[in-house]
Design a protein around this ligand. Structure first.
Ligand SMILES: Cc1cc2nc3c(=O)[nH]c(=O)nc-3n(C[C@H](O)[C@H](O)[C@H](O)COP(=O)(O)O)c2cc1C
Length: 311
């Protein structure tokens, strides 16, 4: 008998309007542009959601070159917040997104709590934006970013400020570069986050032995790709055990079985990042692989396997 598969997930169950995804496969911030760049490659409307490049109040050029280095099973990046700025995003990108079926989440970054709140205000009530993802976790910018993500009080402060400036669902993206990610997760959940994304990149660096200098212009970058997967999976497991809001798993997800591992660890959805640079179809391939797995295992509803490895 043909199975009717239900892959839908609700990522903001405590929020009035909610954030219902048709399926759990999202693309991660900074690895899928504004979605528009990929729309000619495959039917991006089939994805669960798209998270756009980290957005700031003013346009930014990002860090100095070189900004990318390959590592065994991964990559280092120190792109920083190269982006078009919130005003251009609202004027040029949101009207395109408003015509899409796939929800778009805007990833936001500020240097101060006030800046996060101001940025949030600019994005509130704009058609085409389904939710915000607050990045308190970037390891390669001078101000803000990671500082907010490593102190529970500051993390809660940013979350509360963003929540009070918007009617949209708010996801908070955590850094792995902290001693106790679960306590940060609890702080942002208590401050009103609707869901938590785990993880951003892990701090890393490389040295060019010929020039005897750090390889990245910014010296320190963020490690991503398959190399970080076991770390990310473990953190998803820890965070999912500490909070009662949805967790979105991210970090090294390259195949459907990677994604299913994160879901079994407690993630309600997954984000595909670095894999997009190797195969731009990755997210769709992962979605199809999850569907195949569900058919093979006779799983009707994806929620049946969320967190099963925890029991
Ligand atoms: C080139 C590049 C740019 C990124 N830019 C952002 C960003 O602007 N905001 C953000 O929250 N995360 C950013 N990230 C982090 C990713 O969204 C993701 O959390 C991380 O790479 C781990 O997932 P992955 O191993 O699947 O890539 C970036 C990652 C890469 C590789």
């Amino acid at each position: 008998m043909e199975l009717f598969l239900d892959l839908s997930v609700q990522l903001a169950p405590k929020h009035k309007q909610g954030l219902l995804l048709a399926n759990p496969v999202m693309t991660s911030s900074g690895t899928f542009g504004y979605g528009t760049e990929y729309s000619h490659l495959f039917d991006i409307q089939k994805l669960g959601a798209i998270v756009c490049k980290g957005t700031t109040l003013n346009p930014k050029d990002g860090n100095s070159q070189p900004r990318i280095a390959e590592t065994p099973c991964g990559m280092l990046n120190s792109v920083g917040f190269q982006n078009i700025g919130v005003k251009t995003l609202v004027k040029e990108k949101a009207p395109i997104w408003a015509k899409w079926r796939v929800p778009v989440v805007v990833n936001i970054n500020g240097d101060t709590i006030d800046e996060y709140a101001q940025l949030t205000g600019e994005l509130d009530g704009i058609a085409g934006i389904s939710a915000l993802e607050v990045n308190i976790s970037c390891p390669n910018v001078e101000h803000g970013g990671i500082a907010f993500g490593t102190d529970p009080k500051q993390a809660a402060g940013v979350t509360a400020a963003v929540k009070s400036a918007t009617s949209l669902p708010v996801l908070v993206k955590l850094t792995p570069n902290t001693g106790d990610i679960a306590s940060i997760a609890v702080a942002v959940a208590e401050a009103g986050a609707d869901a938590i994304t785990v993880i951003n990149t892990i701090k890393g660096m490389a040295i060019n032995i010929a020039s005897r200098r750090p390889l990245l212009g910014n010296i320190i970058g963020g490690l991503s790709g398959p190399a970080v997967k076991p770390v990310a999976l473990c953190m998803v497991y820890e965070v999912a055990g500490a909070v009662d809001i949805p967790v979105i798993g991210c970090g090294g997800i390259t195949t459907a079985s990677d994604a299913i591992e994160f879901i079994m660890a407690g993630a309600s959805a997954v984000q595909v990042g670095t894999a997009n640079f190797i195969n731009p179809h990755s997210a769709l391939d992962i979605l199809e692989g999850i569907e195949e797995f569900m058919k093979k295992e006779r799983i009707n509803n994806l929620t049946e396997i969320i967190g099963v490895a925890r029991q």
